[in-house]
Design a binder for this molecule. Structure first.
Ligand SMILES: [Zn+2]
Length: 241
């Protein structure tokens, strides 16, 4: 079964209900098809509100630490989001927890999906308004991570989806990839710093470098990216890099 053909009431936009049912189905059958994705995905006000509230907590935090929550399928088969935030470590405020990697590895579950609460996607904040990090994109390549990532920044929020063509990696390979990509992005920030005339110019160059990295990984690993201006709408549109 290939998802993506199932369009919501708005034609080429997934409604919140379509988004929810497609993500739940995808966790069980890896079936989001990149070429059939809509132009827009409305995640719904409730989910958007949760992300915006988490973002406020990050921004109000003197250490600007990231917050995150997991959306999962509960035992009744419904989507359920953690009721409270987990908070990034104070020594590493911009890098969310390795707990992601400890989520259930569904390949071990066989056909008994319905007896477990499975992670659907991860929700976290980027108080510095950066696009998905190397670690974020590596994490979605791990089987136990869920089908998507939802990232809330002060200006822009991101939805990254895993698809049928995304090659999944082992935990070891994901950790290696995460370290490698984190260094790669850091190196690009260094280059940006060398070319920057002032702080604002550096921010612009760093943001551009981070986006170029996301574009490359998104294409290579078939991880489509959708964005929305935070606080403006709950309908994410396909990023045209
Ligand atoms: Zn992140």
């Amino acid at each position: 079964m290939g998802l993506g053909s199932e369009e919501g009431a708005n034609g080429n936009i997934w409604t919140p209900e379509t988004f929810r049912s497609n993500i739940i189905a995808a966790v069980k059958s890896y079936s989001i098809v990149e070429s059939k994705l809509p132009m827009g995905i409305d995640i719904g006000r409730e989910l958007m509100g949760i992300g915006e509230e988490m973002l406020q907590s990050s921004l109000a935090d003197p250490h600007k630490r990231e917050r995150w929550r997991i959306a999962k399928i509960n035992l009744s088969g419904e989507m359920e989001v953690d009721e409270s935030d987990k908070v990034a470590d104070i020594s590493n405020p911009y890098n969310s927890s390795g707990e992601w990697y400890q989520s259930v590895n569904r390949s071990k579950l066989g056909s008994q999906y319905d007896q477990y609460e499975l992670p659907l996607f991860d929700i976290h904040t980027h108080p510095l308004d950066l696009p998905p990090s190397g670690k974020d994109l590596a994490a979605i390549l791990y089987d136990g991570q869920g089908e998507a990532e939802l990232i809330f920044g002060p200006q822009t929020s991101y939805l990254v989806l895993r698809t049928l063509d995304t090659q999944l990696l082992t935990l070891e390979a994901v950790k290696e990839k995460s370290a490698h990509w984190t260094n790669l992005v850091k190196e690009r920030y260094k280059v940006a710093l060398q070319h920057a005339r002032d702080e604002a110019h550096y921010d612009a160059l760093a943001h551009k470098a981070a986006l170029a990295f996301v574009r490359d990984v998104s294409k290579k690993y078939h991880l489509p990216v959708f964005t929305v201006p935070t606080h403006r709408s709950s309908t994410f549109t396909r990023a045209q890099f």
